[in-house]
Design a protein around this ligand. Structure first.
Ligand code: ZN
Length: 60
């Protein structure tokens, strides 16, 4: 058994073989994407399906 720390969040990961962690050297796909700078794009896409920032003010 070996241990590594997720490169993004520092969470400890325990594995027998590297293949146990598909997202090695990260704890999750999310951390992997954060490190690659891709997660933020995706998150923005989910939270802002349209340009809701401006329409909210107009409605009020
Ligand atoms: Zn992580």
């Amino acid at each position: 058994m070996s241990k590594i720390k997720c490169r993004n969040c520092g969470k400890e990961l325990i594995y027998n073989v590297i293949g146990d962690i598909p997202t090695f050297p990260f704890c999750s796909e999310r951390c992997k994407l954060v490190d690659l700078g891709q997660w933020f794009d995706e998150e923005r896409r989910i939270e802002e399906p349209t340009t809701s920032d401006q329409t909210e003010n107009d409605d009020a």
